[in-house]
Design a binder for this molecule. Structure first.
Ligand code: FAD
Length: 414
C-alpha cells in the first residue's frame, strides 16, 4: 500500500514514521529542504499544560492593545485580504469560554498521548533528541497574571495534571544561579521538552534507512480528482499515485486543501527564535514569561529564546522590533541575563499554522476517500506531532484511534 505525505515538517514526518512502521510504502514531498520547516527552530516544548486554545476570552481585547506596540508579542498585520478577514471573524466568534471548556479535555489528552509517544520514541534505536521531563515554569510579574495563572493551575489540577503555584523563594531554589525579578510562577511538572534540531533529522534518517522516499524541493503544484478520490499528485518533475494522501503542509495547508476544493481556514502566525550555543547563563527549567509571551528553553546545552505571533501572509522579512521585544523581556524577568540583539543571520523564523479556533485539523476527508488531513496545530505542532502521526496511521489502517479526535474534524468549516 502506497502513501504520499505532502509536507516534511514534524506533522508530515511523524505521519510518515507511523505509516512506515505499519508497513506502508511512503513518499514524502516537501516544498523546500525539510530542515527549514517551522518544526526546526521552535522552542521544543511538549505541553499538556496548554489546554486553553489560542482563541480564548480576553485575547481579542489584548490583541488590539498589543497591536499599538511595535515590540508587542501579538500582531495582526492589517490588510483587506479576504482570507484574513474571514479568519479573524471566525477567531473572534470562537474566543469564548464555552469553546475553551469544550476544547480543554481533548487538547490535554492529545498532548498527554503525544508525550507518551515521545517517551516511547526516545527509546528507539537511532533516536536521541535530548528529551527532558523537568516541566515548564510559567513566570509572572503582576498580580493580574498571578491570579489568572493560579486559576489555570487549579483547573489543571482538577483535570489531573501536576501543577504547583510557587513563590519566588521556592523558584530560586530551582534556579539558584539566576537572578529573578518576578512575583512567582506555576510549575507544570507534567510538561517536557526536547531539541527539535536533533529530532527532525533523526526522523528523516529513520525514514530514509527504512526505505521511504524523501523528496525535498518538490512543491506539489496540483492534485487531480476523479470519482471521489485523488488520482494524481502533481509536482513539476513527476506525477504520483497513492492509496492514501496525507496533507501536512503546515501554514500552507489551506492552499493545498483548496487544490482539491476543500476549505480548511488557516493563517500563518510568524514567530522568531535565536539560540545561544555556548550561553554564559543557563536556566535549568524551560520558562514562559506570561505577560511578555516569550519562551526560553535550555536544550541540549544551548539556550533558545523565542516568541511573538504576527498573523498575516508569509514573508521573508525580519521585524527587528519584535526580536528587540524578546531580548528586553528576558532581562526584565531575569536581570542577570543580558542578551545582545542578535544579527539578522542568527535569527530564525517560522510560520505557525493557526486555525481560527486553535484546534488542529486531523482526520479523513468525507469527500475524497483517500485523503487524510493533518495540520493547523498553531503553537503546539511539535508537542502534538507523534499523536497526530499515530492517529493518521491508524486511520489509514482502518483501526480505531486511541485518541478522541472528533473535535479536530478537518471539514468542520466546509
Ligand atoms: C517561535 C516558535 C516557537 C514554537 N515553539 C513551539 C513549542 O515549544 N512547542 C510546540 O509544540 N510548538 C511550537 N511551535 C509551533 C510548531 O513549530 C508548529 O506548530 C509546527 O512546526 C507545525 O508543524 P507542521 O508540520 O504542521 O508545519 P511545518 O513544520 O511548517 O511543515 C510544513 C511543511 O510543508 C511544506 N509544504 C508547504 N506547501 C507545500 C507544497 N505545496 N508541497 C510540498 N510541501 C509543502 C513546507 O515546505 C514545510 O516544510 C513554535 C513555533 C514558533 C514559530
Amino acid at each position: 500500500m502506497k502513501a504520499i505525505v505532502i509536507g516534511g515538517g514534524i506533522i508530515g514526518l511523524c505521519s510518515a514514521y507511523y505509516l512506515k512502521k505499519s508497513g506502508w510504502d511512503v513518499t514524502v514531498l516537501d516544498h523546500s529542504d525539510v530542515n527549514t520547516s517551522c518544526s526546526y527552530g521552535n522552542l521544543g516544548m511538549i505541553v499538556p499544560s496548554h489546554f486553553v486554545p489560542l482563541a480564548s476570552p480576553g485575547i481579542v481585547a489584548k490583541g488590539f492593545r498589543w497591536m499599538l506596540n511595535s515590540r508587542s508579542p501579538f500582531y495582526v498585520r492589517p490588510s483587506f485580504n479576504r482570507e484574513l478577514i474571514s479568519w479573524g471573524w471566525k477567531f473572534m466568534k470562537n474566543a469564548n469560554a464555552q469553546n475553551v471548556e469544550i476544547a480543554a479535555a481533548p487538547l490535554l489528552h492529545f498532548n498527554l498521548y503525544s508525550k507518551h509517544l515521545y517517551e516511547e520514541l526516545s527509546g528507539q534505536p537511532g533516536f536521541s533528541f535530548a528529551l527532558e521531563k523537568k516541566g515548564i515554569l510559567m513566570y509572572y510579574k503582576t498580580q493580574a497574571a498571578a491570579d489568572e495563572e493560579a486559576h489555570l493551575a487549579n483547573k489543571a489540577r482538577q483535570m489531573g495534571l501536576d501543577a504547583a503555584v510557587l513563590s519566588k523563594e521556592h523558584i530560586q531554589q530551582l534556579e539558584p544561579e539566576t537572578e529573578l525579578n518576578i512575583l512567582g510562577a506555576v510549575h507544570y511538572r507534567c510538561d517536557a521538552h526536547l531539541y527539535p534540531n536533533k529530532l527532525v533529522p533523526q526522523l528523516v534518517d529513520y525514514l530514509k534507512t527504512s526505505g521511504a522516499d524523501i523528496q525535498s524541493n518538490r512543491p506539489v503544484m496540483k492534485m487531480i480528482v476523479g470519482k471521489g478520490t485523488i488520482t494524481k499528485v502533481v509536482t513539476r518533475e513527476k506525477e504520483y499515485e497513492a492509496d492514501v494522501i496525507v496533507l501536512a503542509g503546515g501554514a500552507w495547508l489551506q492552499q493545498l486543501a483548496r487544490m482539491v476544493q476543500l476549505y480548511v481556514p488557516l493563517m500563518p502566525g510568524k514567530g522568531y527564535s535565536f539560540t545561544h550555543n555556548h550561553p554564559q547563563k543557563k536556566l535549568n527549567i524551560p520558562a514562559i514569561l506570561c505577560e511578555a509571551r516569550v519562551a526560553i528553553t535550555p536544550m541540549n546545552g544551548h539556550m533558545r529564546y523565542g516568541g511573538t505571533m504576527e498573523i498575516g501572509a508569509p514573508d521573508n522579512k525580519i521585524n527587528l522590533k519584535r526580536v528587540e521585544g524578546i531580548v528586553a523581556s528576558v532581562s526584565n524577568y531575569f536581570p542577570g541575563i543580558k542578551l545582545d540583539i542578535p544579527e539578522e543571520k542568527d535569527i530564525w523564523y517560522g510560520f505557525r499554522p493557526c486555525s481560527p479556533d486553535g484546534l488542529p485539523y486531523i482526520g479523513r476527508s468525507s469527500k475524497l476517500k483517500n485523503l487524510l488531513i493533518a495540520g493547523g496545530h498553531s503553537m503546539m505542532g511539535l508537542s502534538m506531532g507523534p499523536a497526530t502521526g499515530k492517529v493518521i496511521a491508524d486511520i489509514a489502517n482502518d483501526k480505531k484511534t486511541e485518541a478522541d479526535i472528533s473535535l479536530f474534524n478537518p471539514e468542520r468549516y466546509s
